[in-house]
Design a protein around this ligand. Structure first.
Ligand code: CAA
Length: 387
């Protein structure tokens, strides 16, 4: 029995900063951001969008196209949690009116969170093939104004339906995992922005990629040539480019060209949105599926990395006619609806979003009708509304 990804829903907030504007404001050469880091725009979440509301909005992209009663598991991966105790997934369950019998919780290991959720969901569906699972990754990457990491911020969510006989990607058995207790990137409880050893984190990422990719190939008895595409967690697209260069080292020209062309297809959304932590790898997947020409049964390698640090390499095969499950026009419209912020507007919104509104104070969403947003706290309970 095949188990894998049957639906993918994507959401990002309705505001962005242009990297050329940011570079000019920070007295940097724009090419450092555009080429050196590899980013064009970054989505910005105002006070009305958080991990929960973005997760609801991503799931809504496909919610009315599925058999809702069959969802037996809902797992939410995030490192932008809104509560130290209650799971973000319970808010989603309420918004979508899911049945009370659903098993639901939140998981955390930095950007690895959605992969952890996906693997739990895969095993759940294997044991309960008549049921399905929803996994959500939703995050706001905040390093702070005028920090080196500022150019790698972003906001967004991916939601996926995992089921037997999936229509997008069948997950293969086996994986290679690697973990080590290190401090490359973390966010202590008293911090609203991440702490990071930037250069060190980029090195560990590449080191863990080499380790897990080589171990995976050895376990499966596969070669690099067997992969139609390899996609990556993208904290910024240059990081994935560096990993992909390692993957194609010593490869024949055809393999190297194919893997580089498909990497380019996979980075298109990340360049426009920025880092969305848990969901970044799966935004690469969506970008690949919508922008690449993939052959029948194409083998896709996926590299997941979460700081702290935990990495995993695994793979899946695309299912024929996967294109019918996608909504490229809807995804483009989502990106196009965003309005550009001046740097002064962005800084104001950034600082506002670090604070909670006064208890009972109503927030107003300026997004399109239909999207969910964080409306207020009432007696310290978060209230979400659909516009
Ligand atoms: N034109 C073209 N390229 C230029 C340039 C110009 N005018 N000026 C500089 N560059 C290039 C540099 O040569 C460099 O390229 P290489 O990496 O290929 O050498 C690149 O631009 C970046 O320049 P710097 O190294 O000087 O950049 P920096 O010191 O400002 O910091 C960073 C870069 C460390 C990535 C920083 O943005 C950061 O800390 N980011 C957050 C941490 C992060 O994303 N880490 C990734 C791994 S951890 C992870 O993946 C988990 C996660 O999601 C956080």
């Amino acid at each position: 029995m095949q188990v894998g990804i049957d639906k993918i829903g994507f959401f990002t907030p309705n505001k962005y900063v242009d990297m050329v504007d940011l570079a000019n404001a920070r007295n940097e050469d724009p090419n450092k951001y555009l080429i050196g880091i590899g980013q064009r725009k970054m989505s910005v979440a105002d006070q009305t969008q958080d991990a929960v509301s973005m997760g609801i909005n991503a799931t809504l992209r496909y919610w009315n196209k599925i058999e809702q009663d069959k969802v037996g598991l809902l797992v939410f991966g995030t490192e932008s949690s809104v509560d130290q105790s209650k799971s973000a997934s319970l808010f989603v369950k309420t918004a979508l009116k899911m049945k009370p019998e659903v098993r639901t919780f939140e998981v955390k290991e930095a950007c690895f969170g959605l992969t952890a959720a996906l693997m739990i969901a895969r095993d759940f569906v294997r044991v309960h093939p008549e049921q399905t699972a929803i996994v959500i990754g939703s995050d706001i990457a905040r390093y702070g104004i005028k920090t080196p990491g500022e150019v790698t911020q972003g906001a967004g969510a991916i939601s996926m339906l995992i089921k037997s006989e999936p229509k997008i990607l069948a997950l293969n058995d086996g994986h290679s995992a690697y973990s080590q207790d290190i401090n490359d990137f973390w966010r202590p409880n008293d911090h609203s922005t991440a702490l990071v050893e930037g250069k060190y984190s980029t090195q560990v990422y590449l080191d863990f990629f080499k380790k897990t990719f080589d171990a995976y190939k050895e376990e499966k008895g596969w070669n690099t040539q067997d992969f139609s595409a390899i996609i990556y967690h993208l904290p910024f697209t240059k990081q994935g480019l560096k990993a992909n260069r390692i993957a194609i080292e010593d490869q024949d020209e055809r393999t190297a060209e194919r893997l580089m062309t498909n990497f380019d297809a996979s980075k298109q959304f990340s360049m426009q949105v920025g880092n969305i932590y848990t969901a970044s790898l799966y935004m690469s997947l969506l970008s690949l599926l919508e922008n690449a020409e993939l052959s029948h049964n194409a083998l896709i390698g996926l590299f997941s990395y979460g700081s702290g640090a935990m990495a995993e390499f695994y793979s899946g095969n695309v299912i024929d006619n996967y294109q019918r499950q996608l909504d490229p026009e809807g995804d483009q419209a989502l990106l196009d609806r965003r309005s550009k912020l001046s740097i002064a507007e962005y800084e104001k919104i950034f600082n506002e979003a670090l604070e909670l509104p006064a208890d009972g104070q109503e927030l107003v969403s300026d997004d399109e009708a239909g999207y969910w947003y964080f409306a207020r706290t009432q007696n310290h309970v978060r209230i979400y509304k659909q516009k």
